[in-house]
Design a protein around this ligand. Sequence first.
Ligand SMILES: C[S@@+](CC[C@H](N)C(=O)[O-])C[C@H]1O[C@@H](n2cnc3c(N)ncnc32)[C@H](O)[C@@H]1O
Length: 394
Amino acid sequence: MSTGTGGEYWKDKGLPSVFKHELLKRYLPQFGGMTGSHSHDKRVVYLDGYAGEGRYENGEPASAEIALRVASHFRARHGITVECFFTEAQQKSFDRLHEVVEHYRASGVLAHAHRGEVDGVLDSVIQRAVGEPLFLFLDPCGLVLPQDRLSDVLAQQRPLKKPATELLMNFSMMAVWRLGGHVRSPKGNERALQRFDDVCGGPWWREYFADAATVSARTGAAEDAIEAVAAEYARRLARRTGMFVQSVPVSHAPHKRAVYQLVFATRSPYGLWVFGDTVARARDEWWTTFDLREEDERDGQLSFFSARPDPQEVENEAVLEIAANLEKLLLRTRRPIKLVDHTLEVFGSFYGQVTEPVARKAVRLLHDQGKTPSNGVGVRRIREITVHPMGLAA
Ligand SMILES: C[S@@+](CC[C@H](N)C(=O)[O-])C[C@H]1O[C@@H](n2cnc3c(N)ncnc32)[C@H](O)[C@@H]1O
């Protein structure tokens, strides 16, 4: 199983990384803002465990520099220290990473670059984060840390809501695809299979590929198996850690199989709300970049039609569904509903698909339909809107 990046990777950004970096760029400041101001010494700890080079050859920031910029901004504007740890196993990538990190250290950002395996520094980072919020970003090219190790960190060492702990992690669908092929093959690589058993916290995933005849006869069946393994992985992580866990598929193009899922874990209802909003915004950037690149490729050829679903239509559908979800919630609970306390039920199938202003529009629609006295007007943060059942004061 490959653990390094190929020759082209650092030239410029692939489309999956456009999404991943947009998500990071938008979510990290929110995490810093939500948790840093409550931290007793205004410090937040961040680990990028598979940091890579930090910056693309064309000068664009990669994950490490994105975090360093956030740290620099928080230091200058909010007096909050985001202490950054980066680990990178490959010497060449580490050398470039080190250069990027040194540049920010020189301007006062508290950052450390380590050459080596993430597992070797994880415990000392957790020590540094005792009593402080901690964000873990684990983005390998291949297999991520064993689930036993992750759940030891999240459930045993960082079991509390405060200080906050959050995880954003790359779960490789390509790896599941490749390893799925080994399960019933007589030439299957048992060591690779066992490594993936560790990643998944047991050999349970092999069952999904056990019927090799069905799986190889239909590509769709293999895709179903991969999706099912990813979904079960997330369910198990949620069960073992007691955290909210949400996965987002990331691909190279519309209607293409996801190359990986970004798995997000938090104990905070606010984190869950903000993450969904951020995913929708990052998705928007992914589409814009995809369309621009397609347009460039077709330069001088037939006119270009975007494959993107019409955002206005998506929003209209979402407003209807969210209003219906709210109505159901009110009928069931017969109590006032604060949006952020019911994020997944409120957004339903549109979680991560639409941004938070759509929720305000849905509240407004419900109000106009005479189903709630609350209209959401005047509440500064949308997630704080409380929707009352009829008959109770708004
Ligand atoms: C997908 S790249 C990282 C991309 C980077 N996070 C970004 O978004 O800009 C994965 C990196 O992890 C490194 N790597 C692989 N195994 C590792 C390990 N066990 N510990 C630390 N780094 C590792 C690889 O050399 C590679 O540079």
